[in-house]
Design a protein. Structure first.
Length: 108
């Protein structure tokens, strides 16, 4: 099992107790990626972690793939479909948590 798979499994299980670093850099990275893929005329006035990607931000499957590619580029990782299929990415907070978990091994 790769470290990303382990981190994805932790996110899927909902265990957030291991993350004790500030989420602000992760939040900023996710917000920047969302801003890059959502057209300006379709973006809400403000992004927040409670917003749902599809219902609130108008995400569709193509835009979601673009978002994942943007995050991969910013993080310098490859997100595998098999790993992503094990978690629910419904809200902005879910993405922030995922970015935080992926960033943890790089920080060690």
């Amino acid at each position: 099992m790769s470290s990303l798979q382990a981190e994805v499994a932790v996110v899927a299980a909902g265990d957030r107790s291991e993350v004790d670093v500030s989420q602000e850099p992760h939040r900023r990275l996710v917000f920047d990626a969302l801003t890059a893929v959502i057209p300006a005329d379709q973006r809400p006035e403000a992004l927040d972690e409670q917003q749902e990607l599809y219902a609130d931000l108008g995400m569709d499957s193509l835009r979601f793939v673009r978002l994942l590619v943007e995050l991969e580029s910013k993080l310098g990782v490859n997100l595998l479909d098999e790993e992503l299929m094990t978690i629910e990415l419904v809200t902005v907070a879910d993405l922030v948590d995922l970015v935080g978990r992926i960033s943890l091994p790089a920080a060690e």
